[in-house]
Design a protein around this ligand. Structure first.
Ligand SMILES: NC(=O)c1ccc[n+]([C@@H]2O[C@H](COP(=O)([O-])OP(=O)(O)OC[C@H]3O[C@@H](n4cnc5c(N)ncnc54)[C@H](O)[C@@H]3O)[C@@H](O)[C@H]2O)c1
Length: 283
């Protein structure tokens, strides 16, 4: 594989683009407007600068990464890609529309991967003519730091698609784990009670955001507390994932969203991306 298409230049799309360009791939990065793409490129440049300052990458690598990133407002050139990784909003309807477009645009051998955290890969695959080429490729945030990639085996994913995706994850220096297409896969299923109980403790007034995070880190040995993590992920994305897992498990009470999540989203407190969430962030 030489060229990777990425649809969606938000937190995950631009993170995957950074990682893949650093691994030597040419990247076509698509989003809805020039403005969004410009912002994404600025964020990647700033991440590259920080990478150089911290000694994680050389300035030569940083300029190579920049030269490998090609922003695109149209999907026309995506026919050149051996794999397209979709990282747009967590909505089944919109992902299906996007996959339908990609199916029309890309030749049959192009693998179509989704970075969904919780939606059914099998259902997304039903929107394309050849569902055997659809697979889940679930990176974690930030993709260039987090090693795990869940490679999700949809009901009709072919062995070729699965193996090529596993190989790509390894080429990107990640650790792939093949999982069945089940709500939340492994990590997001385990993570639901982590957020859910923290939100219930907060809602019942048992402890503050800061205390819950501090205790989980100090006593539990976690790197981040549940509220810090929700802010990093985006409270909007976290709510969408919680709702999706709740719906896909036919209302399993363990996964029920909390009203605090909806209130945060309604108030525009989406975490780091809006500079305000459970915590406030300066520039
Ligand atoms: N945020 C996380 O920590 C995280 C971790 C793993 C997986 N994911 C998954 O990755 C996906 C993206 O999440 P994110 O956090 O990057 O979201 P985000 O809101 O930061 O970015 C989404 C991007 O998709 C673009 N977009 C929306 N509709 C589009 C369309 N029809 N065509 C092209 N671009 C479109 C938006 O303009 C935006 O730039 C979701 O499926 C999410 O569940 C998120």
């Amino acid at each position: 594989m030489k060229t990777i298409g990425i649809v969606g230049a938000g937190i995950m799309g631009r993170g995957i683009a950074y990682l893949a360009a650093l691994s030597g791939f040419d990247i076509l990065l698509h989003d809805l407007s020039e403005d969004i793409l410009k912002q994404a490129m600025q964020r990647i440049s700033s991440d590259l600068r920080k990478g150089v300052e911290k000694g994680k990458i050389t300035s030569q690598q940083a300029s190579e990464v920049s030269s490998k990133l090609h922003p695109r407002t149209s999907l026309d050139d995506f026919k050149e890609c051996e794999i397209v990784i979709e990282a747009i909003i967590e909505s089944l309807e919109i992902k299906k529309e996007t996959f339908k477009k990609l199916d029309e645009m890309c030749p049959p051998q192009t693998i179509l991967a989704t970075n969904t955290s919780s939606l059914s890969v099998t259902s997304i695959a039903s929107s394309v003519g050849e569902p055997t080429r659809v697979v889940g490729m679930h990176f974690f945030n930030p993709p260039y730091v987090m090693k795990l990639v869940e490679v999700v085996h949809g009901h009709q994913t072919s062995e070729r698609t699965l193996q090529r995706t596993v190989e790509l994850a390894r080429q990107l220096g990640r650790t792939p784990v093949v999982v069945k297409d089940t709500p939340g896969f492994i990590v997001n299923r385990i993570a639901r009670p982590f957020y859910g109980e923290a939100l219930r403790l907060l809602g019942e007034g048992v402890a503050s955001v800061e205390d819950i995070d501090r205790i989980v880190k100090l006593e539990g040995g976690f790197t981040m507390g549940p509220f810090e993590l929700m802010d990093l992920i985006g409270t909007d994305v976290n709510l969408a994932v919680t709702k999706s897992i709740y719906e896909r498990t036919f209302g399993e009470p363990r996964y029920r969203p909390h009203i605090i999540q909806q209130t945060m989203v309604d108030a525009g407190l989406w975490g780091r991306k809006t500079k305000r969430g459970f915590y406030t962030y300066d520039s």
